[in-house]
Design a protein around this ligand. Structure first.
Ligand SMILES: Cc1cc2nc3c(=O)[nH]c(=O)nc-3n(C[C@H](O)[C@H](O)[C@H](O)COP(=O)(O)OP(=O)(O)OC[C@H]3O[C@@H](n4cnc5c(N)ncnc54)[C@H](O)[C@@H]3O)c2cc1C
Length: 509
């Protein structure tokens, strides 16, 4: 159903909901808003000229998902291709969702949000944006902000400040800024890093480059598999309809992932042996795992790098790929030198060194004239924040597909908005309850459980968590799929129209 038309008030454009970002989160959230709160007017503000977010930003060779699209796709739109998809296929899928549901008319492309300010007097957010095509400064007001801006800076990837970079005479680029004009045919390519991005670019480079070297500080776990889902193929063969296939295959994959996650905790060594066995299927029985493929951390403390058809290992056994496990001491004129003194010469150096975290898109926020320091807030289930009314951040999962949480929070936000309407409330805020008075306040991430570098580097920019389950993003889809739909919106932690001040109790206590 089409959402109600935008109202213009003075120079500001008013809508019920502003969705920030037209990535997979923003588009999915818009779908749920239209379906479940059809009376709400909304606009998606997106600074790029098109939708897709992550899948539009990254253009390096071979760019693809590392989750299966049955679960990375939305629950409401069947995925009909191979499980691992290229960025192009993901964009096509998202484009269909936008078109089929009339979401396009709500997206304002080329609109960069520069500031968001909340007024408790008006119960409104004021969102200031720049229209990048002509520099016009525009103002939107809304009752609710649905933050779907992702978690990293799309323009500035993380590049360590390596010594000697200015001496290097070859071509240096970070994968996130890859320029499709770069021709690596017949060249020596050095890839710095060993995570999911490195695992993606290496097989693609290996096809045309003279040689590829991967320089890693420490090894990563790889999960090798064919890029197909036998159950989906079989169900298709016997004529089952696509929505049913989508539902059943999602259930199968989520069950298998749940089992794997649990086993990673209870029997990590057995799981590692199984991962090695999968590698041997592609690299042969004598493949040597020491020293380059034996990680120091426990399996699943960081995301497993998916390796479709064992492509990284095939490149290694073919001699096209060599791996060096060492730290980079300095760049040189011809390449880099490692701490153990090894020189690696390269025509092109590609940094796969990850992201710079960007909390709330780096947008300055104010509540009633006071700047918001997100680190002073405590997160409620990784989506709402104490002291910041009428706002939800869609932050997905690391160990399961991000989009599972987009659908889940879509249901939650619409339920919340509809509940507010039924109460006649204009403002909702989460606040610590009396029973949380002595709760321990901790960093957002439980580093012994999950510790990717880009989060660990910037923990002081992230909201904090409490020691109780409600006050943390537990990264556990299987628990949340029971807990989030069961949240009692009349629970003490939800404060409507400022009716309860548990924070005052906490401070007084
Ligand atoms: C290369 C790569 C591969 C990945 N593969 C997977 C995978 O296979 N499975 C998985 O689960 N996760 C994966 N991830 C994580 C991935 O980022 C998320 O799954 C998901 O795509 C994030 O979607 P999003 O819409 O929340 O954010 P994004 O994709 O980051 O999109 C946010 C959008 O908000 C816009 N925006 C930001 N700030 C502003 C502003 N101030 N004003 C206006 N617009 C703004 C941005 O331009 C962008 O379009 C991958 C990440 C990367 C980088």
């Amino acid at each position: 159903m089409a959402a109600k038309a935008l109202e213009k008030t003075g120079t500001a454009t008013h809508v019920d909901v502003v969705i920030v970002g037209a990535g997979i989160s923003g588009v999915g959230s818009a779908y749920h808003l239209q379906e479940q709160s059809p009376d709400k007017s909304y606009v998606i503000l997106e600074m790029k000229d098109t939708f897709g977010g992550t899948w539009e930003t990254h253009k390096y060779p071979g760019v693809r998902s590392d989750s299966d699209l049955y679960t990375f796709g939305y629950r409401f739109k069947p995925w009909v291709g191979a499980p691992i998809a290229s960025a192009e296929e993901i964009l096509k899928y998202m484009g269909e969702v936008i078109e089929e549901n009339g979401i396009d008319e709500h997206i304002r492309y080329g609109h960069r949000i520069d500031r968001c300010s909340w007024s408790s007097e008006d119960n409104l957010w004021t969102v200031e944006a720049t229209r990048l095509s002509d520099g016009a400064e525009l103002t939107f007001t809304c009752n609710f902000l649905w933050m779907c801006q992702g978690y990293y800076n799309h323009e500035k990837p993380y590049i360590p400040d390596w010594p000697g970079m200015d001496q290097y005479k070859g071509q240096f680029i970070h994968a996130q800024l890859w320029d499709q004009k770069i021709d690596y045919t017949g060249k020596r390519v050095l890839v710095i890093g060993s995570g999911a991005t490195a695992a993606t670019v290496i097989p693609a480079f290996a096809e045309k480059a003279e040689h590829v070297t991967m320089l890693q500080r420490s090894p990563t776990y790889f999960f090798c598999s064919e890029n197909k889902n036998e159950l989906a193929d079989r169900l298709r063969e016997i004529g089952i309809d696509e929505p049913t296939i989508h539902r059943v295959v999602r259930a199968q994959i989520m069950y298998d992932q749940d089992m794997l996650t649990r086993r990673c905790q209870t029997e990590p060594d057995v799981v590692f042996e199984e991962l090695k066995e999968l590698v041997r299927m592609y690299a042969g029985p004598d493949f040597e795992f020491e020293p380059h493929f034996t990680p120091k951390y426990r399996v699943w403390q960081q995301r497993l790098a998916f390796c479709p058809e064992g492509d990284v290992f095939k490149a290694a056994v073919s001699g096209k790929l060599s791996v060096v496990t060492d730290t980079l001491e300095t760049f040189t004129e011809k390449g880099v030198r490692t701490s153990s003194g090894e020189e690696i010469e390269a025509d092109i150096i590609v940094a796969c060194t990850g992201f710079n975290l960007s909390v709330m898109g780096g947008i300055p926020f104010e509540v009633d004239g006071d700047p918001v320091d997100w680190h002073d807030t405590v997160n409620y289930r990784g989506m709402m924040f104490t002291g910041v009314p009428n706002l939800v951040w869609v932050f997905g999962y690391f160990r399961a597909s991000w989009t599972l949480r987009v659908d889940m929070l879509g249901d939650f936000v619409c339920r919340l908005l509809n509940h507010m309407d039924s109460l006649g409330a204009k403002r909702v805020e989460v606040a610590l309850r009396a029973e949380d008075k002595d709760m321990e306040i901790l960093p957002w991430i439980e580093s012994d459980n999950f510790n990717p570098n880009y989060l660990m580097r910037d923990l002081d920019k992230l909201p904090q968590r409490g020691s109780k389950p409600e006050w943390r993003h537990n990264q556990d889809y299987w628990r949340e799929r029971e807990e989030i739909p069961a949240i009692d919106l009349d629970g003490e932690e939800f404060v409507y129209d400022g009716m309860r001040q548990v924070n005052a109790v906490r401070e007084a206590g």
